[in-house]
Design a binder for this molecule. Structure first.
Ligand code: URA
Length: 273
């Protein structure tokens, strides 16, 4: 799809920089508005766990703490083993919530059990249900491009979803489904202990940041997710499926800005700079 010329011009006028992102979006170059601090953006510190970025509505400012699943795992085991044990509990109990079919494949998560960077999406789709692996369909290939553009290998990061099984007709997860899998996601984060989480799309951002605000308002602003005792910085950005549907220069630039903020926070070099 062609980029919107009006949006392109406004970006150019805002002051542009040319950045090599051929891996990110399947194009040679995109123009990125000079990264001046956006009003209201919190670049330096994570939002306290029980608050949300200024001006954003919240329905649940105090996190309802889930079941302490870590206590059910082998003390002293390494992260890979702990993740396997956690998945086994999930498989045994299948806490699906009301609408998810019980015979769906479990797509628990994959990647480096000690990753500094974790991506959390919404729920498995058709390809993921078929293979048991997260983000392996079209959206997954776009996520792979995003990861590569950041200078990471897919195996270096950890990838999970809010829901561990595919919702009927790929619909948005229901609240009780999110609540049912929430403690497992929290335990996954507690085990991996990433330095940063990227929340991909609205459902992941809403769960992690405990807000009803939409992703368009949330993206690009640091928040934080409390997993056990750890408050993990969260950068919400658009879901790769949204990028596929809306590959405008503006959306691509916004995603790349969010990913650059993550790299800065991790103290990593920004490819193309
Ligand atoms: N695939 C996933 O694993 N998660 C999503 O959110 C979308 C596609």
């Amino acid at each position: 799809m062609a980029a919107d010329p009006a949006q392109d011009r406004s970006h150019v006028e805002a002051g542009r920089r040319s950045v090599r992102t051929d891996q990110l979006l399947g194009i040679d170059r995109i123009l990125v508005a000079a990264r001046e601090p956006t009003a209201g953006r919190e670049d330096t510190a994570a939002t306290p766990p029980d608050s949300v970025p200024a001006g954003l509505p919240t329905t649940n400012p105090t996190p309802a703490r889930g079941r302490p699943l870590l206590e059910e795992l082998t003390e002293g085991a390494g992260p890979a083993e702990l993740l396997s044990e956690l998945e086994a509990i999930y498989a045994r109990e299948r806490p699906l919530g009301s609408g998810v079919e019980a015979d769906r494949t479990i797509v628990f998560g994959e990647g480096n059990p000690c990753a500094e960077l974790m991506f959390i999406g919404e729920a498995p789709g058709e390809e993921e249900d078929r293979t048991g692996r997260p983000f392996v369909g079209r959206a997954g290939r776009k996520l792979d491009e995003m990861i590569a553009a950041m200078g990471f290998a897919r195996e270096e990061v950890y990838i999970a979803n809010v829901l561990k099984t595919r919702p009927p007709q790929n619909r948005t997860p229901l609240q009780d489904e999110v609540d049912a899998s929430g403690p497992f996601l929290e335990a996954q984060v507690s085990i991996v202990r990433p330095d940063v989480i990227v929340a991909l799309g609205g459902p992941a951002a809403k769960l992690l940041l405990r807000t009803e605000a939409g992703i368009t308002r949330l993206r690009g602003r640091w928040g934080s997710y409390l997993a056990g005792e750890d408050a993990v910085p969260v950068m919400p950005t658009f879901h790769p499926a949204y990028l596929l549907r809306n590959p405008t220069l503006e959306v691509r630039s916004q995603v790349w800005e969010d990913l650059q903020a993550v790299l800065e926070r991790l103290g990593r070099p920004i490819p193309g700079r």
